[in-house]
Design a protein around this ligand. Structure first.
Ligand SMILES: Cc1cc2nc3c(=O)[nH]c(=O)nc-3n(C[C@H](O)[C@H](O)[C@H](O)COP(=O)(O)OP(=O)(O)OC[C@H]3O[C@@H](n4cnc5c(N)ncnc54)[C@H](O)[C@@H]3O)c2cc1C
Length: 532
C-alpha cells in the first residue's frame, strides 16, 4: 500500500496537535500518525501540570507584576548559559520570550483555554538568579485542557486523517528532499510507505529511553545514577532523532536534560520504573543520605531544580531525604501533573479552593499509605529506624539527623526577629507572594507533637525533559551540518529541543516546555503554509 499526502505529522503530542491544527486552519491537508492508542492522544501534555511561561501577560499585570521582555530575556540568558556556538538556540529563546504571550497564550485562548488569575512563581533561583518575577501561568484544567482544546479543534476539520497505533519507522528521501516515510501498523505488524511533500517530526524527546539518558548523562553531574525513574513518554525513545541524523540533519545538545531530583516511585505504576515528580514541602528539611543538612546554603525545593540535582548527585547514592511532618505535608506537598490534581484537571472550583484553604490531607494519606518512598513515625529515632530500613544501605547517621532537626526547630523557637537561617528567610519571602502564602506553612517546627506524625520521603532522580534535540531554524526547518535546511523536513516540540535544538540552553525557568511546543509547532505549520 502506498499513499500520497501534503503534510505528514509524526506524533500527536501537543506539538503535533498544534502543528496539525495550524496547518488545517491554513487550508492544508494533514496525515497525523502516532504510535499511541486513541485515548492517549496529546502525549505528555495530557499528564502535564499545565504551567506556561509567558511574559508581560494580562494575568501578570492584574496580579500587580511588572514584567518585560528585557527582564525575562535577561533571566533566560542567565540560566541558559548559552555557548558561542548556540546561535539557533539563542535566537529561539529571544523569539519565544518576545512572542509567547501573544502567539502561545492568546492563541490558546481562542480555543477556549484559560489561565489562573494568580501567576505562580517557579524557579526563583538559589541566589535570586532565576525568575525575577512570577511567570508560571497555570492552565485551568491542567495540561489535559490544552490537549482537549487543540484535539477537539483538529477534529472539527475535514482535511485531516489520523492514524493511531501506527509507528513511523523510517524517513524516506528523494535525493536531498524528504519524500515520505515507512510506517508500521502496530496492530498487525505490517509495513507500508507514504509519500508526503512535507514531514514534521513531533515525536517527543529521548527521556523515555533510559539507556540514552544514561549515555548522554551530563559529565558535570558525575556518572549516571544506577536507578533512574521514568517521568517521560514511553515512546520518547530517540528513534526519530536517529532517523534525522541518518538523513543528514543535525541533532544537538542531548546531554542537556531537565531531569528532577524530587521524585518518588509511583504508588500505582503503569509502566516500568514509573516515577512521579513531587512538588515537595519548602518547610521540610532536605538531608543527604547520611542525615546531614545540605550547606552552607540549605537545599530548598522549587527554587532551582538543576541545583537540587547537582547537590543530590554529589553523593554517589544519588538520593536525598525530605524530613517534614503531617501538618507541613498537608499544606505544602503536591505532585506535578494532571493525575494528582483532579480539582484543577476537572475544573472543580470549589474543591480547588477548599484544597488551597485546608490543604490536601487525602493526597498525603494516599502517599503515606501507598508510596514505598514515604515512611512515618511519632519520634525522630523511630523515623530514623524506618528510613534505614527503607534504603538498607547503612548510610544514615540517626544522631546526626536528630541534631539537624533539633537545631532547625530551635531556631524557629527563638522567634521571627532572630531567624538566622536561610531557609526561614526564604519561607518568609515565599509567604509574601499571594500565590505561595496559603501553600506555605507558617514557620512550622519539624519535631512538633501537635503536627505529627513525622514523615520522611526518599527522593531520587527522574528522567523528564530533553532540552537538546533536532536543530531547526526559526521556521522549524531541520538543518544540516552545512547550515542549509533539508527541503520538506521540519521538527517541533521536545523533539527539536523546543526549537533550535535546545532553546533552553542548560536550564529552564519552568513552564517553558508546553509553551515551546505550541510556539515551535505553530512556526513549523506557518512555514509549510507559506510554501508553494
Ligand atoms: C507529569 C508532567 C508534568 C509536566 N508539567 C509541565 C508543565 O507544567 N509545564 C511545561 O511547560 N511542561 C510540563 N511538562 C512537559 C511537557 O508536558 C512536555 O515537554 C510536552 O508535552 C512534550 O510534548 P511533545 O508533543 O513535544 O512530545 P510528546 O508529548 O512526547 O509527544 C510525542 C508523541 O509522538 C509519538 N511518537 C513517538 N515516536 C513515534 C513514532 N516513531 N511514530 C509515531 N508516533 C511517535 C508518541 O506516541 C507521542 O504521542 C510536564 C510533563 C509531565 C510528564
Amino acid at each position: 500500500m502506498s499513499d500520497g499526502h501534503d503534510v505528514l505529522v509524526v506524533g500527536a503530542g501537543l506539538a503535533g496537535l498544534v502543528t496539525t491544527l495550524e496547518l488545517l486552519e491554513q487550508g492544508r491537508e494533514v496525515l497525523l500518525v502516532d504510535r499511541c492508542l486513541p485515548h492517549e492522544v496529546g502525549g505528555l501534555a495530557r499528564e502535564a501540570f499545565g504551567g506556561m511561561f509567558m511574559v508581560n501577560s494580562g494575568e501578570q499585570r492584574r496580579s500587580g507584576i511588572r514584567d518585560s521582555v528585557e527582564l525575562a530575556l535577561e533571566d533566560w540568558l542567565r540560566v541558559a548559559e548559552f555557548e558561542g556556538s548556540d546561535v539557533w538556540p539563542r535566537r529561539w529563546a529571544e523569539q519565544y520570550v518576545t512572542r509567547a504571550r501573544d502567539e502561545v497564550g492568546e492563541w490558546l485562548k481562542r480555543y477556549g483555554v484559560r489561565f489562573f488569575p494568580v501567576v505562580n512563581w517557579a524557579e526563583r533561583g538559589v541566589y535570586g538568579d532565576g525568575n525575577s518575577v512570577p511567570r508560571f501561568h497555570l492552565t485551568w484544567g491542567t495540561g489535559k485542557a490544552l490537549v482537549d482544546a487543540t484535539w477537539s479543534a483538529v477534529r472539527r476539520h475535514a482535511m485531516v486523517e489520523v492514524r493511531f497505533r501506527h509507528r513511523v519507522r523510517e524517513l524516506t528521501m528523494d535525493d536531498d528532499r524528504i519524500a515520505g516515510a515507512q510506517i508500521v501498523d502496530e496492530a498487525d505488524g505490517s509495513e507500508y510507505a507514504v509519500t508526503s511533500r512535507h514531514v514534521v517530526i513531533a515525536a517527543g524527546g529521548i527521556g523515555g529511553n533510559l539507556d540514552l539518558v544514561r549515555s548522554n548523562w551530563p559529565a558535570s553531574l558525575g556518572g549516571p545514577p544506577k536507578e533512574i525513574l521514568m517521568g517521560s513518554h514511553y515512546y520518547a525513545d530517540g528513534a526519530m532523532h536517529e532517523e534525522v541524523t541518518r538523513v543528514g540533519g543535525n541533532v544537538t545538545h542531548l546531554a542537556r536534560m531537565w531531569n528532577y531530583a524530587d521524585a518518588v516511585r509511583h504508588p500505582k505504576p503503569r509502566r516500568p520504573l514509573h516515577g512521579l515528580k513531587l512538588i515537595p514541602p519548602r518547610s521540610g528539611l532536605v538531608l543527604d543520605p547520611a542525615g546531614r543538612r545540605y550547606g552552607p546554603i540549605p537545599l530548598i525545593p522549587t527554587f532551582d531544580a538543576y541545583y537540587a540535582l547537582e547537590r543530590m548527585c554529589e553523593d554517589e547514592r544519588k538520593y536525598y531525604w525530605m524530613i517534614c511532618n503531617w501538618k507541613i505535608a498537608k499544606r505544602e506537598l503536591d505532585v506535578s501533573g494532571s493525575e494528582h490534581n483532579p480539582a484543577i484537571r476537572e475544573k472543580q472550583l470549589i474543591r480547588f479552593l477548599l484544597g488551597v484553604l485546608l490543604g490536601k490531607p487525602s493526597l498525603v494519606r494516599y502517599f503515606v499509605e501507598r508510596c514505598p518512598d514515604f515512611v512515618t513515625a511519632r519520634t525522630l529515632p523511630g523515623l530514623a529506624s524506618r528510613m534505614a530500613d527503607l534504603t538498607g544501605d547503612g548510610a544514615l547517621d540517626a544522631e546526626r539527623m536528630e541534631t539537624e532537626v533539633r537545631h532547625y526547630d530551635a531556631t524557629i523557637a527563638r522567634g521571627r526577629p532572630l531567624f538566622n537561617d536561610d531557609q526561614l528567610r526564604r519561607i518568609d519571602q515565599l509567604r509574601r507572594w499571594r500565590g505561595d502564602r496559603l501553600r506555605t506553612a507558617r514557620f512550622q517546627a519539624i519535631d512538633d507533637p501537635k503536627a505529627g506524625p513525622l514523615i520522611a520521603i526518599r527522593m531520587t532522580v527522574l528522567a523528564r525533559k530533553s532540552l537538546g534535540g533536532i536543530q531547526t531554524d526559526l521556521g522549524s526547518r531541520v538543518l544540516r551540518d552545512d547550515g542549509e535546511a533539508i527541503p520538506g523536513l521540519y521538527a517541533g516540540g521536545e523533539a527539536a529541543g523546543f526549537g533550535g535544538g535546545g532553546m533552553h540552553g542548560k536550564r529552564s525557568l519552568e513552564g517553558t516546555f508546553l509553551g515551546g511546543c505550541v510556539f515551535s509547532g505553530r512556526l513549523a505549520a506557518r512555514t509549510i503554509a507559506a510554501s508553494a
